[in-house]
Each structure stands twice: as structure tokens, then as C-alpha cells.
Design a protein around this ligand. Structure first.
Ligand SMILES: Cc1cc2nc3c(=O)[nH]c(=O)nc-3n(C[C@H](O)[C@H](O)[C@H](O)COP(=O)(O)OP(=O)(O)OC[C@H]3O[C@@H](n4cnc5c(N)ncnc54)[C@H](O)[C@@H]3O)c2cc1C
Ligand code: SF4
Length: 577
């Protein structure tokens, strides 16, 4: 099981910095927001709206009242979603904008008017079923989160935010020694740039800097490097269920015919239905358009990382799914124009950590705010970002430094209410689709009225075996089905060949674990030497880590490894995912 081979990492020791550098060596900002995705930028925009009417508080926040620290080349460059969004929170954030204007800005593609849900019992059959409650999307909007983040970035910059792109936050700064009473987040440290493979400074080396802040917002998405350290440092997950994860792989296609509806499939094909395989997943196909008005579709496959067959690969499952006649009909004659992969937190309400700590709060996926029954997180990201902004603003205006009120604001908002209703709906599926499906249905229909707390077990505590899922993957033809490396190529991945390794895994592990990483990683980062070199009698093998291919999806953290933040600017540059 992956948990028996933990990654060589001590997050508190390595990723928490105790004390700030001298005043003349640091950058001072009012509010530091780590992550320029949907959640972080909603927080920045809401804060600046509030500060615009309050010059006194604005002045108290100093020369840089709001700073957003984003590791991608541009905001949204590392954001990926399905993405059908419940519109309420975005309408609330920008009340003067109409949905028609969202579409003119290029991040929204139309209101959902028609939808269809299918069971796919085999590779040829598709049975249309009545739309289950979580898949009801009438009135929602199809968007691109990477384009939405670029729009939010422009708005925030115009309103006065300082956006540091290509900058990784590598350490959480707390202002007192380890374990001392009253310790408080004092900001974050940005990462060094220009280090070589062994960590040695190269000619263009630039050291990182302490960014001191009156309030820090962790909006790192999934999986959060600093968030993970903060959760440990402040015991934020005490008494909660463990977090569990899902991995989605997505493609965008230019198609010949417009798609007139949203499509979801619930399997079981191409997953194995036997509980031994532990595979739960589903797919989506959504209509989109590009800036020229041409027809596109977003297509994706999401699989829970709870599976036991080491040969489960979300990337290859998506390629397999595309061979189904239902899908072929939609994509035939079209062209793939984008690909990406990203994990999402799947534990829901019971797995959400405490959302505030002295000096800082968690928003969006960093706080685990995704309803995976409905595959909806974007609107929670926006709402939580806004609530964080309102809490921080109110506290700083009063000259106070506690942001604990944020916890209650979330609980009482649409985020808390919606997450509560489905809090026990997903867990039964860990028993398999046949047993878990009906139990999950009861939870959905009763909208959380049944009492109790359903438990999760950790994804990395699942014993792995080498099964047969891989036998059904199609051989890539480079036109309709693709291998992992050509997929990574079209992400615009810009990681330097001589960058230091940011993936922490044990390098000599049982074959079952090595195979798990090899198949799971959508970017083909892990390799096992084919000639058995590095293998030993105990069945352990060497693992080669081609970390420069990594698209920072975060899945490795669920199955025994750890994604840490690479140098700012590295990784993919998603434009329309
Ligand atoms: C496959 C998939 C399908 C989905 N489908 C839907 C859907 O249809 N509808 C829906 O509502 N939701 C959907 N979701 C969920 C939704 O996409 C997420 O909830 C949402 O996009 C998360 O936004 P975020 O701002 O929290 O995180 P992100 O968008 O991930 O943003 C976090 C940002 O922080 C940056 N960052 C992270 N760490 C650091 C650091 N240390 N230093 C600097 N920068 C950092 C990252 O580069 C990134 O830009 C889906 C998710 C996935 C993965
Ligand atoms: S190596 Fe990178 S791309 Fe591969 S699973 Fe890990 S985080 Fe995802």
C-alpha cells in the first residue's frame, strides 16, 4: 500500500519558516493571496471593491494593499475544470455584468438548456437514463476556468492588485518558534529562481524573498503545498475525516457540428465493476466556442484515486472512452486543441479542514470545497474568496487580527449549506457501484436529512495489485487517441531540463507501487526500467522520475508521493481548460 512507502519529506521542517527576515530585506503587503485561480482572484477583487470605498483602511494596508502570488506564467495557467458553473456567486461578485458580457469576455460559452445522462454498460452500448439530481444543470453556465482567471486577473490589476506571476510561494512564515503559544502566520516566502539539478545556484540565480502580510489567504487549489504545511502546523485537520482525491483528464476538441446538450456518462464501462478494482468514475462532454465562434467541446474523464488496480490511468481511460460510438459521433472529423490534467479534493464536508488559523484563511479547493457528487467547485471557490475578503476587511478595519469569523460565514453561506446536503452521499461509493450506488441515491434524495457521519479511508491506505484495466486501453493513433507525452507537449509545459526535482517519492519500491505511479501519472513522469535493472528478489524495483514532464496535477500526493512547488513559471500554460 502506498502509505507504507511515505515520501521523503517533513513539511513542517522544510516548508514552515520561523520568523521574518530583517525589515530591509523583505517585501511588505497588506493581504497576500497565494494562488491566482478562481478562488484567490475572487478574494482579490472583492477586497479591492471594499477598499475602493474606504481610503482609510486602504492606507493602513500600505503601498501594496493586495498581492496575488501565482506560480504559472499567467493567472489561470495551472487551472483546469470541466467546467459547468452555478452562476450565483460570479453574478454576486460582478453584479454589473450580464451573462452575455461574460461570453463577450471569452470565458463563458452559454447557458445549459438541454442535458442527457447515459449508462455505458459496454464499449458499444449507451442507455439514456433520467437525469439524477446532481447532474441537473439547467440554468448553469459552461465556462473555462483558465480564461475566467485571466479575466479576473485583468479586473484585479485595474483595481490596484499587485500580481506576481511566475512566482512560487515555497514556505509559510510563522512569527514564533515551533509549538510556541500564540504563533501566527506572518506571510509567505517566495522560492528561489535559477537553481540547477542538484540545487546549486546557476548564473541567473535569484534568491526568494519574505513577503510579510497582515493577512494571508491560501488559495492554492489542489494539492496545496503551503496549505498542507499549514494544516499540520495548526492542526487544522484534527477531528476531520481524511481528505480523498479524484483525478480528471480533459481535452478540448474543435468539432464539425455544434453539440446541443451537456452529456454525462456514469459507466460502468470502461471501468471494471468488480469491487476488487475499487474503480469509481464518470465522464462529461460540454459544448464550448472559441474566440472566432467556432464549435468546441470539452471532454473529460474523472476517476476516484481510491482504486486498487495499479494499471488504472485516467489519461488512457479518456482515450478508451473516446472509442465509444456515442463519443465518436461527436468528435469525428474534429481536431484536439488542448489537453490537461488535475486532481480535485473529493472528501467533501467532513474532510474540510478548519478554515482559519491565526493570520490566515483557506479558500476554494485549498479548503476542500468541492461537491464531487455534482462535480461542482467553481462557484464555491468564488463565494469562499468573497467571504474571506469580507472577513479580512472587516477585521482589519476594526484593527483586529482574528479571522475566525470566516469559519461561521462559510458554514452559513451557500457553500456550507450545499456541502452539508451531500456530506454523506459520496462515501458509500467506496463500497463499489452496485452496493454503494443505491445508498448514495438515498443520501441525495433526502438532501442530507439522514443523521450521521460517513467515514472515508485514505487513498494511500489501499493495497494495490496489478490488474487488467490496462488491457482495454487503445493503441494511440496520434489523430483520435493520444499517448501521454504528445499530450503534455500541447500544454506548453515550460519546465527547464536542468530544474531541481520537485517530486518527492521513494525511488526503490514494490512493483505494485511503481506500476501505480507509472499508470496514474497523466504526464508519464514515472518509468520502470524495462530490462528489470534495479529490481531485486523482494520484488522491489527502481523508479525513474522524469519530473520535467510534470503538469502539477497533484495526484501523486494521494498515492504515496508528494508534489512540492517547482520554480515559478514552470509547468503547463493552460489557456482554455
Ligand atoms: C477534472 C475536473 C473537473 C471539474 N469540473 C467542474 C465543473 O464542471 N464545475 C465546477 O463547478 N467545478 C468543477 N471542478 C472543480 C473546480 O474546477 C475547482 O473547484 C476550481 O477550479 C478550483 O479553483 P481554485 O481557485 O481553488 O484552484 P486553482 O484553479 O487550482 O487555482 C490555484 C492556483 O494557485 C496556484 N498555486 C498553487 N500553489 C501555489 C504556490 N505555492 N505558489 C504560487 N502559486 C500557487 C496554482 O498555480 C493555481 O493557479 C472540476 C475540477 C476538476 C479537476
Ligand atoms: S508527477 Fe506531476 S503530473 Fe504526474 S501525477 Fe505527480 S503531480 Fe501529477
Amino acid at each position: 500500500m502506498p502509505a507504507a512507502f511515505p515520501p521523503p519529506v517533513d513539511s513542517q521542517k522544510e516548508f514552515v519558516k520561523r520568523g521574518l527576515d530583517a525589515e530591509d530585506e523583505l517585501i511588505e503587503v497588506g493581504v497576500a493571496i497565494v494562488g491566482g485561480g478562481t478562488a484567490g482572484l475572487a478574494c482579490a477583487n472583492r477586497l479591492l471593491q471594499l477598499l475602493a470605498d474606504d481610503p482609510e483602511t486602504m492606507e493602513r494596508l500600505g503601498e501594496v494593499p493586495v498581492a496575488v502570488i501565482e506560480k504559472a506564467k499567467t493567472c489561470g495557467g495551472h487551472s483546469l475544470s470541466g467546467a459547468v458553473m452555478r452562476p450565483g456567486p460570479l453574478e454576486e461578485l460582478f453584479p454589473e455584468m450580464t451573462r452575455e458580457q461574460w461570453r463577450e469576455e471569452g470565458f463563458a460559452f452559454g447557458e445549459v438548456k438541454k442535458e442527457a445522462v447515459y449508462l455505458t454498460p459496454t464499449s458499444k452500448m449507451a442507455l439514456r437514463v433520467p437525469t439524477p439530481p446532481p447532474f441537473k444543470n439547467h440554468g448553469n453556465e459552461v465556462v473555462s476556468v483558465s480564461a475566467l482567471a485571466r479575466y479576473q486577473q485583468r479586473q484585479a490589476e485595474e483595481a490596484g492588485a499587485y500580481i506576481l506571476t511566475e512566482t512560487s510561494a515555497t514556505q509559510l512564515i510563522v512569527d514564533t518558534p515551533s509549538g510556541a503559544q500564540g504563533s501566527r502566520v506572518a506571510g509567505v516566502r517566495s522560492g528561489d529562481k535559477g537553481r540547477g539539478k542538484e540545487g546549486e545556484p546557476l548564473g541567473n540565480f535569484e534568491p526568494g524573498t519574505d513577503i510579510k502580510a497582515q493577512a494571508t489567504v491560501l488559495a492554492e487549489g489542489c494539492w496545496g503545498h503551503i496549505t498542507g504545511a499549514a494544516i499540520k502546523e495548526f492542526d487544522l485537520a484534527d477531528g476531520r475525516e481524511p481528505q480523498v482525491w479524484e483525478l480528471g483528464v480533459k481535452e478540448v476538441w474543435k468539432v464539425k457540428q455544434p453539440l446541443d446538450r451537456l452529456i454525462h456518462t456514469m459507466g460502468p464501462w470502461p471501468l471494471k465493476i468488480s469491487p476488487k478494482y475499487g474503480q469509481i468514475g464518470g465522464t462529461w462532454i460540454y459544448p464550448m466556442k472559441n474566440e472566432k465562434g467556432e464549435d468546441l467541446v470539452s471532454i473529460g474523464f474523472v476517476v476516484e484515486l481510491e482504486y486498487a488496480d495499479a494499471t488504472t490511468s485516467a489519461h488512457d481511460l479518456l482515450q478508451t472512452f473516446k472509442t465509444h460510438p456515442l463519443v465518436r459521433k461527436i468528435l469525428e472529423g474534429g481536431e484536439r486543441i488542448a489537453w490537461g490534467a488535475k486532481a480535485l479534493p473529493g472528501g467533501g464536508y467532513w474532510s474540510m479542514p478548519k478554515l482559519s488559523m491565526p493570520g490566515a484563511v483557506l479558500v476554494g479547493d485549498s479548503g476542500g470545497m468541492v461537491d464531487t457528487m455534482a462535480l461542482k467547485g467553481v462557484h464555491h471557490c468564488i463565494k469562499s474568496g468573497m467571504l474571506a475578503a469580507e472577513t479580512i476587511y472587516a477585521a482589519l478595519k476594526r484593527g483586529e487580527s482574528s479571522f475566525e469569523a470566516y469559519e461561521e460565514a462559510i458554514e452559513e453561506s451557500s457553500v456550507g449549506k450545499e456541502m452539508w446536503e451531500v456530506r454523506n452521499a459520496r462515501q458509500p461509493l467506496q463500497k463499489g457501484l452496485l452496493i454503494g450506488g443505491p445508498l448514495s441515491g438515498i443520501q441525495q434524495i433526502t438532501k442530507g436529512k439522514l443523521p450521521g457521519r460517513a467515514h472515508w479511508h485514505r487513498n494511500d491506505a489501499k493495497p494495490m495489485f496489478i490488474g487488467k484495466t490496462k488491457d482495454s486501453y487503445p493503441k494511440p493513433d496520434g489523430k483520435y487517441t493520444f499517448d501521454k507525452l504528445s499530450s503534455v507537449f500541447i500544454t506548453g509545459n515550460a519546465t527547464r531540463d536542468d530544474a531541481p526535482n520537485h517530486i518527492r517519492v521513494q525511488k526503490h519500491v514494490p512493483r505494485e507501487l511503481a506500476e501505480t505511479w507509472k499508470w496514474m501519472c497523466p504526464a508519464g513522469v514515472y518509468e520502470i526500467p524495462e530490462d528489470g535493472e534495479g529490481g531485486d528478489e523482494s520484488g522491489e524495483v527502481d523508479v525513474i522520475v522524469n519530473y520535467t514532464n510534470c503538469v502539477q496535477c497533484g495526484a501523486i500526493t494521494a498515492k504515496g508521493g508528494r508534489l512540492t512547488v517547482p520554480e515559478g513559471g514552470d509547468g503547463p500554460l493552460y489557456q482554455i481548460l
